[in-house]
Design a protein around this ligand. Structure first.
Ligand code: NDP
Length: 310
């Protein structure tokens, strides 16, 4: 019998209990699943950082901490966590992100706002978007989410460039890597999508110099994390017209405070960290698969690299 502790925001238990039980049953595991198990008896922790556990030292027999979130910036530095930490890579989460990113890229590409906001009797016949092949989209981050979004944009024939820490190959994408590849990835990009993790190496990666590399009037789409963008530099780039629009889903402080200049800025669209959510049914299958692997002595999937921070 293995003991699985659910340590996430208590609101999530009602949503996750049934899917987790059915996924653990389907995996043929003999288990107890609960929100309360004595720490020294816990084998696996299903985890979100806003749940009750933050000191992992009493969890002496725990084999892995299985996160329900893709982003791990608030847990990766926890010195009490010595067990393997796995993050969420789930096709429901990926599909949601592909839909959100594609929708927002198409909004900018097709210049939809010009018509949506222009219902004023003026026949704007000159506003014709170019074809996707003539728009350069830069995907910063080619991980589980960035690579899937890039592939979808390639299927729509955008000129997609991608950037990652280590060299990568994604079919149809011009791939750049490392510091030396950064400028070429961004050069003259019409749309930039940020799907990087929040780490010391990525903080303020979109700063004045980076905005200066883009095509004039470029659009920024950020479903990654707030600290990837230097906010003052973005506001200045919007003010000068170097950036035409920014669609921002994530912020340094969430909820975004009502007095923040992004709310009232005509060049900014704020969405409330809804780009994509972990889906209970598909995520539960990922959790069960990882427990099954742990019990079979196989390496866990989606283990976080603590040194890299993601
Ligand atoms: P992955 O870890 O799979 O991918 C991260 C990508 O970023 C990789 O390609 C990685 O490079 C690249 N990267 C990391 N550090 C650097 C660096 N210093 N320089 C260049 N490239 C770097 O993450 P996911 O794709 O699953 O998720 C990305 C982020 O999306 C999450 O960290 C999270 O913050 C955010 N997110 C937001 C959601 C929302 O609703 N708004 C929902 C889910 C996630 P390499 O391939 O070489 O490792």
């Amino acid at each position: 019998m293995i003991n699985v502790l659910f340590s996430a925001n208590p609101d999530r238990w009602a949503q996750y209990e049934a899917p987790l039980r059915s996924a653990l049953d389907a995996a043929g595991l003999d288990y107890a699943l609960s929100t309360e198990i004595a720490p020294e008896e816990v084998d696996y922790i299903v985890f979100t950082p806003d749940g009750p556990v933050s000191d992992f030292r009493p969890y002496t027999r725990t084999k892995a901490v299985l996160g329900l979130w893709a982003g791990v910036e608030t847990i990766v530095g926890n010195q009490t966590l010595t067990q393997p930490l796995c993050r969420m890579v789930d096709h429901g989460l990926t599909d949601g992100m592909v839909e959100w990113v594609t929708g927002h890229v198409l909004r900018h590409h097709l210049m939809m706002d010009a018509h949506i906001h222009g219902q004023d009797g003026v026949w704007r016949a000159g506003v014709v978007p170019p074809l996707a092949k003539d728009r350069k989209v830069c995907m910063l981050g080619l991980g589980a989410l960035g690579a899937a979004c890039a592939a979808q944009l390639v299927s729509l024939k955008f000129d997609v460039h991608g950037w990652s820490r280590r060299p990568k190959a994604v079919e149809g994408v011009t791939c750049h890597a490392g510091e030396e590849g950064f400028d070429a990835a961004l050069a003259e990009a019409d749309v930039v999508v940020l799907l990087l993790p929040d780490t010391p190496a990525t903080t303020n990666i979109m700063n004045a110099a980076a905005f200066g590399l883009l095509a004039r009037g470029a659009s920024i789409v950020n479903p990654g994390r707030g600290p990837l963008i230097e906010d003052e530099a973005l506001l200045a780039a919007l003010g000068s017209g170097q950036v035409g629009h920014a669609t921002l889903d994530v912020f340094r402080v969430e909820p975004l405070p009502p007095e923040h200049p992004y709310w009232a800025h005509p060049g900014v669209t704020v969405t409330p960290h809804i780009a994509s959510e972990t889906r209970a049914d598909t995520a539960s299958e990922v959790i069960a698969r990882n427990i099954q692997r742990g019990e079979a002595g196989k390496p866990f999937l989606n283990v976080v690299d603590r040194a890299a921070g993601y």
